[in-house]
Design a protein around this ligand. Sequence first.
Ligand code: SAH
Length: 211
Amino acid sequence: MDYDIARARLINQLAGEIQDKRVLSAMSRVPRELFVPAALAGSAYENVPLPIGANQTISQPYIVALMTASLELNPQKKVLEIGTGSGYQTAVLAELAGQVVTTERIPELLQKAKTVLERLGYKNIEIHPAAETLGWQDGAPYDAIITTAGAPNIPDILLQQLAVEGRLVIPVGSRYEQVLHLIIKHPGGIEDIDLGGCRFVSLIGKDAWEG
Ligand code: SAH
């Protein structure tokens, strides 16, 4: 299988729905086949989520593109990701932002993601095991926060870690289906934009669902 051709075909397909050229170009530089189990590498460029072990999934490429575009990243920005999972979304963020901080609660996934991200040579990523509270307080405030697991509501603790005029993208809803929200933290209050329906694994913890 020629992954370069399959990747280019997927990016071409995403370009029909995603206008942000910088995001598409970032995704064309990240080898998704290295972030999925070897047995599924042949499906790495289908526009679908795939299992990554421990009952978790790597997000659908369209959703990765949509969420990343909504953050409006550039090399001056610092971004926090909650839910490293395979590390694929982390790599896409690292292509666009100056600094990426990411947290993961399942040690085996964290270790795998760390290995592949190091192998690819990313120097602007910090990976941490999930703390008791959501996010990573030490690095706050963040210009952008992306939560790649579904939450029952918008966690206040993440809004606190967001800079003024910062952007938070997060799936909110039930355990089985959610709406993707883009929250912008203006000085006078919160702007809440609906980006459409989605289906994510659950965000687990004190400020979200019970494990
Ligand atoms: N961005 C990932 C998506 C992985 S699925 C990718 O593209 O592969 C979501 C991940 O969120 C899972 O790995 C899950 O273990 C993790 N997660 C769930 N609750 C969490 C929490 N409170 N803190 C950190 N990670 C969490």
